[in-house]
Write a protein of this length. Structure first.
Length: 79
């Protein structure tokens, strides 16, 4: 049985800017335990034209849990 894992890849887009690539990985429990979902997400990002440096994370990683803090931090009000 496969688990459908939502993944995010922080990578460099075609314009050379940092960008988020949203994807998924369908993996078995064993594949998940070995971290293959990260490899799958990175490969999909590369297939879509994203370039290194790249890092992938899933909903259980600290980066995902802190995204709301990042959004709040970047929400600067312009006067």
């Amino acid at each position: 049985m496969f688990n459908h894992i939502r993944m995010v890849v922080l990578a460099t887009n075609a314009e050379g800017s940092p960008d988020f690539f949203l994807t998924f990985a369908d993996v078995t429990d064993t594949q998940y335990m070995h971290g293959l979902h990260y490899d799958m997400a990175l490969a999909r990002a590369e297939d879509e034209g994203y370039e290194r440096p790249m890092i992938a994370f899933d909903p259980n990683d600290a980066a995902a849990r802190r995204l709301h803090e990042v959004v709040a931090y970047l929400d600067v009000k312009h006067t």
